[in-house]
Ligand binder design. Structure first.
Ligand SMILES: N[C@@H](CCC(=O)N[C@@H](CS)C(=O)NCC(=O)O)C(=O)O
Length: 207
């Protein structure tokens, strides 16, 4: 039987936030199944991702989509919201920033929060330090480019994605020190009613 609404396989406060943010901001009905990392060790992962990663989003026609970029593209495309008009320079810029964040900032947080996948315990600190350095250069660049959003006055999925990533930073004071535009964007997104609603619905999370 087809489900009538989107279903998000996620984890509290994790990468599934972007699907929740977008669907809530647009006003699309969905349900979230909050999983536990241990679920992936049972051999019967709920996520369609080949590595058992979340998020996976199940569409109303039951097609699963994994990878945050693919999920963002599906939602913005289907509902025609939160992305610039196609075939324009600003659309290219939007995809450039999304790609930069997904391929650099996101994996650098993964290295910091899931270091055990990469290296032995004795080397965690240097792995994490390198990841932070990599992110610092990109955050510096984004700081020079925000005006006030990634695509100027137009709020897009890229801003919600950036906000989600910054939430995972362990050293937030350092992240926002000397980066006033990132700090302002963080505040603008955090206070949107849709974002507040999603964050309040996360199980076992600090608000
Ligand atoms: N490239 C993937 C990354 C997904 C990812 O790293 N998800 C994390 C949670 S935020 C995860 O599942 N971590 C658990 C693990 O790696 O086992 C995407 O953009 O969706």
């Amino acid at each position: 039987m087809n489900s009538v609404r989107y279903k998000i396989i996620g984890r509290s406060g994790a990468g599934s936030l972007i699907a929740e943010f977008l669907l809530t901001e647009i006003g699309v009905d969905y349900e979230v199944i909050f999983t536990n990392p241990k679920d992936f060790k049972t051999g019967q992962p709920l996520s369609a991702h080949p590595q058992g990663k979340i998020p996976t989003m199940i569409c109303p026609n039951e097609t699963p989509i994994f990878e945050t970029l693919a999920i963002i593209n599906h939602i913005t495309d289907r509902f025609g919201k939160l992305a610039p008009m196609r075939l324009t320079p600003i659309y290219d810029r939007y995809w450039q920033f999304l790609s930069l964040m997904a391929t650099s900032i996101y994996p650098a947080y993964h290295r910091q929060h899931h270091s055990k996948y990469y290296i032995k315990v004795e080397c965690y600190e240097s792995l994490r330090e390198n990841a932070r350095k990599e992110q610092a250069a990109i955050y510096d660049y984004i700081e020079t480019e925000l005006d006030p959003y990634v695509c100027g006055e137009l709020l897009t999925a890229a801003d919600l994605y950036l906000y989600m990533l910054m939430r995972w930073d362990i050293y937030k004071d350092a992240l926002y020190d000397k980066r006033p535009k990132l700090k302002a964007l963080n505040k603008m997104i955090r206070t949107r009613p849709s974002i507040v609603r999603v964050l309040e619905s996360q199980p076992n999370r600090k608000k």
